[in-house]
Ligand binder design. Structure first.
Ligand code: NAP
Length: 484
């Protein structure tokens, strides 16, 4: 099986190769087979990408917003027209089952292109009357934006970052994770096919050092990172040095609170979606499942039954519901957390081992009960199919324990009592919350984290603030009143 792209990078409207860069092997996580060999970007290529972006951005910003929007909408249509091919590419790159990549990954990217195409022409300034004089404001693009992606949603992340950047008149240089480098190259091709002028969306491959070189370049106005908290700290600090704008979409350890009066099957289904979708490799996952004591036994019994029915297997098979983890590194990390949970006294309800399938990086859907707040499993982001179930008595206790974390990405509440639902959500320290739902992130809604989980928001109208800056213009309508 091969998925070798035309070349490693896409710069100034064309595929570019430079074999002097270190090799990146792209692995199919379901078998460990090498799908493609790419090369890291050399300093000369990084410079070319940034120069192309800087050169192209001015003319792009000078277009009418509807003209930019038309190109983005065409790109969204192309993504949908190539849906099956793109889903397969995403499955090869990430190991996620086709059942997911057909409906979640590229489709959510296409939604972002369509949404920001619609929003672009609505972005306006304001007029501030001052009697004789007045001020008007303009929302201007930032310039060259750098996007750096994580490996768990490669196509979605590339679209969620590039769509608002381009819609509002910026250019982008995007560095995918070296673990999943293929989708962003395909997106660059699609943008070109849709009529995007060369230089506006460039893809350079590489590990952290390539990202580091991009974010410290004087031509860069903004950095948008999706990644872990430790990487976020480094990237935020480097961006601050150059006084650059940032969006930080980082990790989490989000609480999902299930009250006794919640619908049992909905609560179980949501907890499973919040821990097993994408083999648990979702930043906003509700990995601390707080279950009120009256619901606990029924919840665990139903959860065990449904978890054991999940079909693990070749992600390219139609019937497969759960694929492998993305890499050997991630597999080792997740198995380490499972061992630690056992050692620290959490009670294994189901799973807890590797699934031996075709030498892929498969882990059984795993549930631990009787998890306490001090256990490693309740404190650190695992990023695998490992659910921690904790129990609680009162609403106040659940809120306090849910908030007792450095993270603040997401949170969910299941209850039949809507007054309680809103009361609880009002006190949860999280950027994205759900009531009687979990992990739904339509592009219309702002998404992002509080506390260590992030800075800024992606999607929704909120994204306008993060890809534009305000210019304030004072207009004098009379003679200058000079003091001298
Ligand atoms: P990661 O290790 O933090 O890497 C993220 C990206 O940053 C990668 O492209 C990485 O390159 C690059 N990078 C690493 N060090 C860098 C540096 N010093 N300067 C510039 N760039 C650098 O994260 P990951 O393991 O790929 O992804 C999983 C994490 O992402 C989880 O913590 C998850 O919660 C988070 N995430 C958050 C969201 C959100 O929206 N909040 C969404 C998805 C994922 P290489 O990988 O090539 O080294």
């Amino acid at each position: 099986m091969k998925a070798q792209p035309t070349a490693s990078h896409f710069i100034d409207g064309a595929f570019v190769e430079d074999t002097s860069g270190a090799v990146i092997e792209v692995i199919y996580p379901a078998t460990g087979a090498v799908l493609a060999r790419l090369h890291e970007a050399t300093p000369a290529l990084i410079d070319r990408a940034l120069a192309a972006a800087a050169r192209a951005q001015g003319d792009w910003a000078a277009l009418r917003p509807v003209e930019r929007a038309r190109i983005l909408r065409r790109a969204a249509d192309l993504i949908r027209a190539h849906g099956e091919e793109l889903a397969r590419l995403e499955t090869l790159d990430t190991g996620k089952p086709l059942q997911e990549t057909r409906v979640a990954d590229w489709p959510s990217g296409a939604d972002a292109l369509e949404y920001f195409a619609g929003l672009a022409p609505t972005v306006t300034g304001e007029t501030i009357p001052l009697g004789r004089d007045f001020i008007y404001t303009l929302r201007e693009p930032l310039g060259v934006c750098v996007g750096i992606g994580a490996w768990n949603y490669p196509s979605q992340i590339a679209c969620w970052k590039s769509a608002p950047a381009l819609a509002f008149g910026n250019a982008m240089v995007f560095k995918p994770s070296e673990v999943t480098p293929l989708s962003a190259l395909r997106l660059a091709e699609i943008y070109m096919q849709a009529g995007l002028p060369p230089g506006l969306f460039n893809v350079v491959q590489g590990r952290g050092a390539v990202g580091g070189a991009l974010i410290t370049d004087a031509r860069v106005a903004k950095v948008s990172l999706t990644g872990s908290v430790p990487t976020g700290r480094k990237v935020y600090a480097a961006a601050a040095e150059g006084m650059r704008y940032v969006t930080m979409e980082l990790g989490g350890k989000s609480p999902l609170i299930l009250f006794d009066d919640a619908n049992l099957d909905d609560a179980v289904g949501a907890a499973m979606m919040a821990n097993f979708y994408s083999s648990g490799q979702v930043c906003s996952n509700g990995t601390r499942v707080f279950v009120q004591k009256g619901l606990k036994d029924a919840f665990l019994a139903r959860l065990k039954e449904r978890s054991e029915a999940i079909r693990l297997g070749d992600p390219l098979e139609e019937a497969t519901q759960m694929g492998p983890l993305v890499s050997q590194t991630q597999l080792d990390k997740v198995m380490g957390y499972i061992d630690t949970a056992k050692r620290e006294g959490a009670r294994l309800v189901t799973g807890g081992a590797r699934a031996d399938l075709n030498s892929g990086y498969f882990v059984q859907p795993t549930v631990f009960a009787d998890v306490t707040d001090d256990m490693t499993l309740a404190r650190e982001e695992v990023f695998g199919p490992v659910m921690a179930v904790l129990d609680f008595d009162t609403e106040a206790e659940a809120i306090a324990r849910a908030n007792a974390t450095e993270f603040g990405l997401a949170a969910g509440v299941f209850t039949a009592d809507l007054t309680r639902a809103h009361r609880v959500v009002g006190q949860l320290q999280a950027g994205t919350c759900w009531i009687n739902a979990y992990n739904l992130t339509p592009v219309e809604g702002p998404f992002g984290g509080n506390k260590a989980s992030g800075v800024g928001r992606e999607n929704g109208h909120a994204a306008v603030q993060h890809y534009t800056q305000v210019k304030s213009v004072y207009v004098g309508m009379g003679p200058v009143d000079a003091s001298f």
